[in-house]
Structures are given as structure tokens and as C-alpha cells.
Design a protein around this ligand. Structure first.
Ligand code: GAL
Length: 976
């Protein structure tokens, strides 16, 4: 290939001039990092390349300096965005589908730098240039000499530079193309971004050095023995001092060991040495098997409590620091996550080191997705086209060879959403012969002919139940069907964490735990892939698809994570933590016992400390330590209540709540002592009946009515309570649609039904039919419906005032008029109160928001928060912030005045500085402007969340069906 030969860009070949893939173990051989400042120029395409840019004498003095590694589209986005902006598309290719051709508008980065070969650099051996990740295709020159080219963005590539290096200063030049034939294999649902985005290094390979090692470290759970064999291309000496091992490479050694598991990530330091090189390895002994259709590690079934993780940072895109990788894993471990699918490509290698060290099960996924061919009947699908075979196999080999020594990896995944194909089959066969000790995964081929696990995405609960029982529908081919029915099952993606949600997690977990065939699942996805921006006045916001003016984009579908873009845990992650807690605590107030079921697969409960607390009407009255015998994995233990707890329980006079917490007894690598792992709570409603007392009579006054301290206008609407201006309450059925209401794949979304002209829940009008000021109450009868709609709600408000408690009670009776063949968003009342009342206290579920099908994490207690703190900043504003099971709530102003809402017995409580309409209209949180009133919703019920933005909607039991309903609420005030 000549200098100007750019045919590699559109060639299906994976590359030219590259070295064979290898694990590249940590070594004492010489190496220098080439990260740092490089000279950079962005050409518009192949027609615009800088002549001779690779030559040592080229004058790049006028070029910019950019950091390597980095993504070029992530530079200065709030300024000049000198290298273009990111584009987000999900399934569609971002260019015309004409494989292997790509557009002429093919931004091409030209990178140059010099480096000095250290004087002591060894004179013998070879020197390689190693790239950990370059998106999407590139060619490399050293001192003007072409070394080769490569593709496979998230995989390493090495070139041998030995012959072309000179003592002293050397020049390296790299040309990187945004689009290439390789882009047809990288149609993952993420930002399309480019550049040398992972580290670059110059590494020395000594003569008789250890280019590669393959550690086979099995564990026999029956004998407790580990078997170790380390293969290397040269003969070398293996030592594992802690195990007293000193053996030759290729030799098998069997010794007693502690096994590696995600719960107990025991690693042994090993050294493999020749006379010229020492490489170090960390060995974890574990055996992955399938027995009787059940996935096992070290002889035990495992349950994957997983997440799908894209590599993303809101400031640097796909370039992550080790600190960010560690932070991700620590956050996962603190939230009881025990597995990661590296969707949809092999991660930065350092992430896998951390997985070994901190302990998570990993499905390592190949950098392969061809989803965009779906729209064309999978015609020309590279996964099934022999001309792409080499490219596919090359990617698989580069992943397996790089990552084969990681104890954490239990499965190799062929890629994502490639449908089925001969090349996938070839990749599976290759992986199995190269590494028979791990399983092969692919979600793309539902017949599962060449994989070891049956894997699907977004399966609804009822179908999952059938799969659990091995009673799923048959595949077409009976032989394949038999094979598949014998496989373990995983949900490689489920519970789409987009916006408010996902709902239904606890229901999934119950199915997982019921069936040994199901080895668990992976939430889609770990992080909202938003991009941090700032308004001109410095306020932060996060961009999604379309925010860079992309002509083709998929909006906020890119922000669907359990952590927000800035890695703050979302309510969804807090819910997931509770749902997957590895220890279940059951408190029985009748028998006065506490039972702890150990749901770990391997660990006993010895690392946990248990505490109890007793609350009376939400106030702590006693607490203490709980002595519990250690429970082995899978075992349960039960103890009677400590005397002190029983005593406190008997003395309490109000609503009693007994809580038990399991916390880390000591520091771990990912959390400090005291970190909570699991909790249980038993709540005993107060049995004393409330004293009703006599009711006051309403009085008609000029322009309305008066009832105790309450003033109503001529239409019977509450306007003032004890001197505080209050507007409403009125029936409210509307919520700003959550993403799961809004998106329906191929059908009519729930939100479309709500907004339909025949429903109009977003624009309800209230018509007063009758006002009756009786002896004891004020009754206002209304019909609530939308312009154009015949369907309506009949709503009757009955107001009573109890002087004894100075409480105004409202009973709302709601009756649907006409057919309501869709669920209601919410059923309750909405009112507005002065903005100053922005300090909330409530007794009920908290501390975070909760909805019908996402409420496991809500515990009953007394909470305080400002109204601002009660807002959840979903990237696309939508319904949020509802606190459930609220007994009473109070909104106080700085001058000490307060409004109090009481339930009979409970309500859901939401308060915002803007209206539901504002929330529904905004496209980003920073667009929301506070009003001079707070909007308060007091709900009898809310529709569930489900996961319909990708997956099933709320289960029937969480759908809010219209029907005759009545609920009561109390209103009172505190003055100073
Ligand atoms: C899956 C896909 C993911 C993501 C998800 C929806 O089908 O594998 O990459 O697109 O849907 O967010």
C-alpha cells in the first residue's frame, strides 16, 4: 500500500501489517506511554488529506494540540466545537447502507507526535506500537514508514516498529477515519464518536520474552483443589509464592486453594519468567459449567444480578480514567450488583482488572453489531456473509486473546443484535476450541444452536415464567429445540432504565429466584449517556440525541441508565439494590422473630453485622445490635426479638415499625464498614380509631362559602385555609408522561391514548353541576372532561370541618362516565400553595420517590426535604418525585406557618415548583422555571411505570384502571 492508498478504509479486511493478538500481560520489559499531547488536524474526508503529514519533516506547527486518548467530537462543545459534534443513532446506520462503502464526508483525524527512544532502550528484541482503541479505522507510520492499518474500534492493535525506529527522536503519525467498512460491524446503540480514545504505548518485546500467557485455573469444589496450567509460547518458569508453586509453563499443578467468586474474589499473584522477562498475573481459580441445564460456578448455581455497561463519561465520551472505571464498579458493588455485560464491546482492559479484583461476573462482549440491516430483512448482513468472515473472526480472536486471563469473565459474547449467521457460528466454534473453559453467549440467534446459554432481551414476566419451567414455545427445528430447552437462560437485557423506572423489577426477581434454569439478568443499562453542557449563564445540563442538530437521531433513547449522566444513582438503582439484596430479612411481629435468609451463592453472612430499630409514629424509640448465628450460602437462620426490642414494641403507642439492617461488619474494597447491604421492615398500623368529633356547618358568604377556617369561591373551590392562600384541590388525572408511557414500539403508546382527542387528560375542564351547603358539609358536584371528549369523570367533593382537630376533611367520590379502556395516569387531587411553603416533612414511604411497581426501596419513616430536593432531574422532564404511603405531609414556610395534609389512611405526595404542564412541555430540566406557587398532588393511586420504552408495560396489577373510587384527605395548618 502506498502512502496515498486509502483502499483499506472501505475494505472488509480487518487490517494489514498487524501483530498477532495476545494477552500482553503486565511485564517488566521496557515500555513508554505515548499518551499526552499530539498534533492534530481534522480533514473533511479522503479527498482532503494533508500531503506528506506522516513524514518526519512535515511542519505541523500550525496544527492544534489535542490530548490522546480522547474523542475528537467531545472537544469544546460549548465553544467552537472545532472537530464536529457527536451524533446519536440507535439502530439505523448513520450513513447510507451500501456495504462496505462509507460516505465521502468522512472526517479523518491526522495525528502526529515525536518521542525520544530512551538511550537505555534495549538494542535487541522487537518494539511494538500498541493501540488499545481507535475508532473506527486507522493507518500508522513511524518515521514516515507505513506500518499498517487496522479496524475494530474497541479492540487492541499492535504493529511492529522495530525496523523503523532510530536512536533519539522518532515521529509517529496516525490517520484515523470516522467511517470505514468496520463501521458496518459497529452499529451499537450509542453516540457515534471517533478518535484514538484509549491509550497508546511503545512496548519492548525482549528476545525470548513472554509475549503471551494463557492461565487455566480450575477449581474442584469437591476436593477444594485448584489446578493451574499456564501456557506460553516460550518455555518459562511459573511461580505462585503464596501457593508454593514453582513449575514450568505447560505443566499442570494441583494444590489446595481458595476459589475465586464474584462474592469472594480471591486472587493469587503469579510470575512467569524467562531469563529476559518477568510478567505478572493474578490468578483466580474457578470452574464454569452447565449441569442439568443450570449455570454453575464451582459446582453451585449462580444468580446474575447484572447491568449492561457502556463506557461513557459525560465530559470525555468513551475515554475513561481508571478512577471512573473503579467508581463504576464500587457503585455497582454498593448497590448489590454482581455482574456486568460489557455491552456491546470489550471494555478498556483496566476495567477487567478491576472486575477481577473487586469481584463481579463478566460477560465479555465482542465489538460486533449489525442491527441496521434489520430494516432490510437482514439482507447483506455481515454476520452472515462469508466475505466478512475474517473480519468477524479477527474481532473474536482479539477479544479472547486479550482477555483470556481474567477470572471474572465467565462467558464470551459474540456481539449484539447481529441476527443469526455463519460468521457468528464460526466465531463460536473458534472460541470454544481456543477456550473450552468458558461459555459462549449470543442473544442474536434465538435458536441458540451454537451457544451455551439461551439468552433473550426484554422478555415479559409471563413468558419468562414459561422459560423458567422449560415450557417455552418451540423453535422451528426439533433438534435445536431440544438443545435449547436444555440450556440455562439469562435475560441479557431487561428493565429498560429510561427516565422514571423501570417498574416491575421485584416481579422479575421473583421469577429469577423461582427457577434454577434462569441464571438472572442484566438491566439495560448502567449509565445515562448524556453529554454535559452549560448554558451561557453557567447552568449545567445534559445533552441527548438531537441536541447537536443531528439530522438523523434517536432523541433521549440514549439516556436510559440506572445512574444519571453524572453518575448520581437514580431512584431506579436504589430500587434495584433493594430488589436484588443478597440477604432477605423477615420480621414477624406475631411470633416476635427475625429470620435472615442468605441469598449469596457462596459467601456466608460472617461479613455482616445486624442492627435493629424500633420507631413509633416515625420516631426512633430504641435501637440495638442483633446477634445472629452465621448463615451459610443458601441457609436461613431465625432468632427471637431481643428483649429490648420487645419492650420498646410494647411501650409504643402509635404506628409501630420494626426495622432490621444488614451492614458490612468491616471495610471492604468497595465500601466502608457500616455500609448497608439489606434491610427489612415490619409496620403495624395503629389500631386506635381517630376521634371524629362534631362537624361545623358551612355558611354562604358574599362570593362563596365559609366552613370553619376555610374559604371557598362561588364555584365551591377552596381558596383560603386559615388565612393561607390555597388554590384547589381539584381532581387530577394527568401526569407528565414518563418515557415508558410515551414510547410504544409499533403500537399506540399509553400517553397517546391519554392525549387523544377522545380523552384529553392533559387538558381537563371542571364543570360544576351543583353546590349544596348542608348542615354538616359542603358538597360540590362536578363533571371533569376535555374539549371534544364525551368520556368524563363525575367527581363529588364533600367538605367537612372538625373544629376539635381544626381539620378540613375532603371526601372525593369519582365515577367514570363512558368507557375508559386505558389506564389512568393518576387519580387524586391537585392544589397550588404559596411558594414559600417549600420545606417538606412527611411520615410515610421514603426517602426517595416510589410508584406502584417500583416501591421496594421505600421504607416507612419520617423524612424532611426541600421541594427542590424532591425533584428527580430526569434528562427529559417527566413525572417524578411521588412519595408513597404517606400518612401525613407538612409544607412549612420560613416564617413558621405550615400546611398539613393527612391521609385516611394514606396518599401519594408530590410537590413541585412548577406544574405538570410545565414538566410535560420541557425538553431538558434547565428549561423549567419555578412559578410563584408550588404544585401539590395528593393521590389515591398512580399508574405503574413498567418498561414499555423497551419491553413490557406495567403488569395488570399495577395498571390504574378507571372505576368508582372514593378517598379522603385532611387539610390543616400550623401557625408559627
Ligand atoms: C437493545 C439493544 C441495546 C439498546 C436497547 C434499548 O435492543 O441491545 O443496545 O439499544 O435495546 O435501549
Amino acid at each position: 500500500m502506498s502512502r496515498t492508498d486509502v483502499t483499506y478504509v472501505e475494505s472488509v479486511s480487518p487490517g494489514n501489517g498487524r501483530c498477532a493478538p495476545r494477552s500482553a500481560p503486565a511485564s517488566d520489559a521496557a515500555a513508554i506511554g505515548l499518551d499526552g499531547e499530539w498534533r492534530f488536524n481534522l480533514a473533511a474526508g479522503l479527498h482532503d488529506l494533508s500531503e506528506g503529514f506522516e513524514a518526519p519533516g512535515f511542519d505541523a506547527g500550525a496544527w492544534d494540540a489535542v490530548a490522546v486518548p480522547s474523542i475528537w467530537q467531545m472537544h469544546d462543545l460549548d465553544g467552537e466545537a472545532p472537530y464536529g459534534t457527536p451524533q446519536y443513532v440507535n439502530i439505523h446506520y448513520p450513513f447510507p447502507v451500501d456495504p462496505p462503502r462509507v460516505p465521502d464526508a468522512n472526517p479523518t483525524g491526522e495525528y502526529r507526535r515525536t518521542f525520544t527512544l530512551p538511550a537505555e532502550w534495549p538494542a535487541t528484541g522487537r518494539t511494538l506500537l500498541r493501540f488499545e482503541g481507535v475508532d473506527s479505522a486507522f493507518a500508522v507510520w513511524v518515521n514516515g514508514i507505513l506500518l499498517g492499518d487496522g479496524k475494530g474500534s474497541r479492540l487492541p492493535t499492535e504493529f511492529d516498529a522495530t525496523e523503523h525506529l532510530v536512536p533519539g527522536e522518532n515521529t509517529v503519525a496516525v490517520r484515523v477515519h470516522q467511517w470505514s467498512a468496520g463501521s458496518y460491524l459497529e452499529d451499537q446503540d450509542t453516540w457515534r464518536v471517533s478518535g484514538i480514545f484509549r491509550p497508546v504505548a511503545l512496548v519492548h518485546r525482549p528476545e525470548n520474552g513472554i509475549d503471551d500467557v494463557f492461565a487455566h485455573a480450575d477449581y474442584d469444589h469437591a476436593t477444594g483443589l485448584g489446578t493451574l496450567r499456564v501456557d506460553a509460547p516460550v518455555s518459562a518458569r511459573l511461580t505462585v509464592p503464596e501457593l508454593g508453586i514453582d513449575a514450568a509453563t505447560g505443566e499442570t499443578v494441583t494444590v489446595p486453594v481458595e476459589p475465586w467468586t464474584a462474592e469472594t474474589p480471591r486472587l493469587y499473584e503469579a510470575v512467569v519468567a524467562t531469563e529476559t522477562e518477568r510478567v505478572s498475573l493474578r490468578i483466580g481459580f474457578r470452574t464454569v459449567t452447565i449441569e442439568d441445564g443450570v449455570l454453575k460456578v464451582n459446582g453451585k448455581p449462580i444468580l446474575l444480578r447484572g447491568v449492561n455497561r457502556h463506557e461513557w463519561d459525560p465530559d470525555t465520551g468513551r475515554t475513561l480514567t481508571v478512577e471512573t472505571m473503579r467508581h463504576d464498579l464500587e457503585l455497582m458493588k454498593r448497590h448489590n450488583v454482581n455482574a456486568v455485560r460489557t455491552s456491546h464491546y470489550p471494555p478498556d482492559r483496566r476495567f477487567l482488572d478491576l472486575c477481577d479484583e473487586l469481584g463481579v461476573w463478566v460477560i465479555d462482549e465482542c465489538d460486533l453489531e449489525t442491527h441496521g440491516f434489520y430494516f432490510y430483512g437482514w439482507r447483506n448482513n455481515p454476520a452472515d456473509d462469508p466475505q466478512w468472515r475474517e473480519a468477524c473472526l479477527d474481532r473474536m480472536a482479539r477479544m479472547v486473546e486479550r482477555d483470556k486471563n481474567h477470572a471474572s469473565i465467565i462467558m464470551w459474547s459474540l456481539g449484539n443484535e447481529c441476527h443469526a449467521g455463519v460468521n457468528l457460528e464460526a466465531m463460536a466454534a473458534w472460541a470454544k476450541q481456543r477456550d473450552p473453559d468458558r461459555l459462549v453467549h449470543s442473544e442474536s440467534d434465538y435458536d441458540s444452536g451454537y451457544v451455551d446459554v439461551y439468552s433473550r432481551m426484554y422478555v415479559p414476566h409471563d413468558e419468562l415464567e414459561l422459560i423458567g419451567r422449560r415450557e417455552e414455545e418451540s423453535t422451528v427445528d426439533p433438534a435445536l429445540d431440544e438443545h435449547r430447552r436444555g440450556l440455562p437462560f439469562i435475560l441479557c437485557e431487561y428493565a429498560h432504565a429510561m427516565g422514571n423506572g423501570p417498574g416491575g423489577l421485584a416481579d422479575y426477581q421473583r421469577v429469577f429466584e423461582r427457577h434454577e434454569r434462569i441464571a438472572g439478568g442484566f438491566i439495560w443499562e448502567w449509565i445515562d449517556q448524556g453529554i454535559r453542557r452549560r448554558t451561557e449563564d453557567g447552568r449545567e445540563w445534559f445533552a441527548y440525541g438531537g441536541d447537536f442538530g443531528e439530522t438523523l437521531h434517536d432523541g433521549n433513547f440514549i439516556t436510559d441508565g440506572l445512574v444519571f449522566s453524572d453518575r448520581t444513582p437514580s431512584p431506579g438503582l436504589v430500587e434495584y439494590k433493594k430488589v436484588i439484596e443478597p440477604v432477605r430479612i423477615a420480621i414477624d411481629p406475631e411470633d416476635r422473630t427475625i429470620a435472615v435468609a442468605n441469598g449469596y451463592d457462596f459467601a456466608d453472612t460472617g461479613h455482616l453485622r445486624f442492627t435493629w430499630r424500633m420507631d413509633d409514629d416515625g420516631s426512633l424509640i430504641a435501637q440495638g445490635e442483633l446477634e445472629l448465628p452465621v448463615a451459610q450460602a443458601g441457609e436461613s437462620v431465625q432468632v427471637p426479638w431481643p428483649d429490648e426490642l420487645s419492650k420498646a414494641f410494647e411501650t409504643a403507642g402509635g404506628e409501630r415499625a420494626v426495622s432490621v439492617h444488614a451492614v458490612l461488619a468491616g471495610d471492604s474494597a468497595w465500601a466502608q464498614a457500616g455500609h448497608e447491604i439489606a434491610w427489612g421492615q415490619a409496620v403495624l398500623p395503629c389500631t386506635a380509631a381517630p376521634v371524629a368529633g362534631p362537624a361545623a356547618s358551612p355558611v354562604a358568604v358574599a362570593g362563596g362559602y365559609r366552613l370553619g377556617g376555610a374559604e371557598f369561591d362561588a364555584l365551591g373551590r377552596l381558596r383560603v385555609l386559615d388565612g393561607i392562600e390555597v388554590e384547589g384541590p381539584q381532581l387530577d388525572l394527568w401526569r407528565a408522561p414518563v418515557d415508558n408511557d410515551r414510547i410504544a414500539w409499533g403500537g399506540t403508546s399509553t400517553a397517546e391514548r391519554w392525549r387523544d382527542r377522545s380523552a384529553g387528560l392533559d387538558r381537563l375542564e371542571h364543570k360544576v353541576l351543583d353546590i349544596a351547603a348542608g348542615d354538616r358539609s359542603l358538597k360540590v358536584t362536578t363533571r371533569v372532561g376535555a374539549a371534544g371528549a364525551e368520556r368524563a369523570m363525575h367527581a363529588e367533593y364533600e367538605w367537612t370541618y372538625r373544629p376539635e382537630s381544626a381539620t378540613l376533611w375532603l371526601n372525593v367520590a369519582v365515577d367514570p362516565v363512558g368507557e375508559w379502556d386505558f389506564p389512568l395516569p393518576r387519580l387524586g387531587v391537585r392544589l397550588a400553595v404559596p411558594k414559600a411553603f417549600d420545606a417538606a416533612t412527611w411520615f410515610g414511604g421514603g426517602p426517595g420517590e416510589a410508584y406502584a411497581d417500583s416501591r421496594a426501596a421505600a421504607r416507612i419513616g419520617r423524612y424532611e426535604a426541600s421541594v427542590a430536593q424532591m425533584q428527580t432531574p430526569y434528562v427529559l422532564p417527566q413525572e417524578n418525585g411521588s412519595r408513597i404511603d404517606v400518612r401525613w405531609a407538612r409544607l412549612a414556610s420560613p416564617d413558621g406557618a405550615a400546611l398539613r395534609f393527612s391521609g385516611a389512611p394514606h396518599f401519594a405526595f408530590t410537590v413541585r415548583p412548577w406544574t405538570t404542564e410545565d414538566l410535560a412541555a420541557a425538553t431538558h430540566p434547565h428549561e423549567l422555571v419555578e412559578r410563584d406557587r408550588l404544585s401539590v398532588n395528593l393521590d389515591a393511586a398512580l399508574h405503574g411505570l413498567g418498561s414499555a420504552s423497551c419491553g413490557p408495560g406495567p403488569l395488570p396489577e399495577y395498571r390504574l384502571q378507571a372505576g368508582s373510587t372514593a378517598f379522603s384527605l385532611g387539610f390543616s395548618t400550623d401557625r408559627g
